[in-house]
Design a protein. Sequence first.
Length: 94
Amino acid sequence: MVQLVLFAAADAPPTRKPREKPVWCGRPSLWGSPYVGRGSVALFAAYFHKRIAQDAAFRAATLALKGRRLICAGKHRPCHVSCIRAFLRAQKRT
């Protein structure tokens, strides 16, 4: 015998949270790297940390990226987005 169970809306089992769209971090976004070529990741890291320290609006916008999927068109790994991810991971520990 098959048993049919009906749920009222309030008793419904939880559904999975819809996946958020990834955040574009390439050019021309707020997080796009102004550097190209060899050494660009190191240059971006210095630029990024200086800007985080000096620009409160940029820091707040960056912190709002916690838990989001960050993407760019960079073909090299690590890329400038790796710097952003490392910063966000460090913020979770503090």
